[in-house]
Design a protein. Sequence first.
Length: 92
Amino acid sequence: MKTEQSLIRYIADNWLDGDAEGLDENTPITELNVIDSAGIFDLVHHLQDEYRVAVPLPDIAPSNFRTIRAIADLVHRLQDEDRLQQKEGAVR
């Protein structure tokens, strides 16, 4: 399952009573108040558990949680950074 699809399912299940209708990668979830600021922190915990990424405090910004696509991009970037750090650590 693509990251975006997994995130849509998670958000629908936790904030929309399981109804994902009308929710897609570009839905402005913060502007539509699908998720509020407290919900973002719940979502951060989910990202850390589900995708095994550490979300630094500076990355907990509205721009990274505006849409499903933005959240997925954040996850992919953090995963790439983690892989790079692991490679650099293995080389040393």
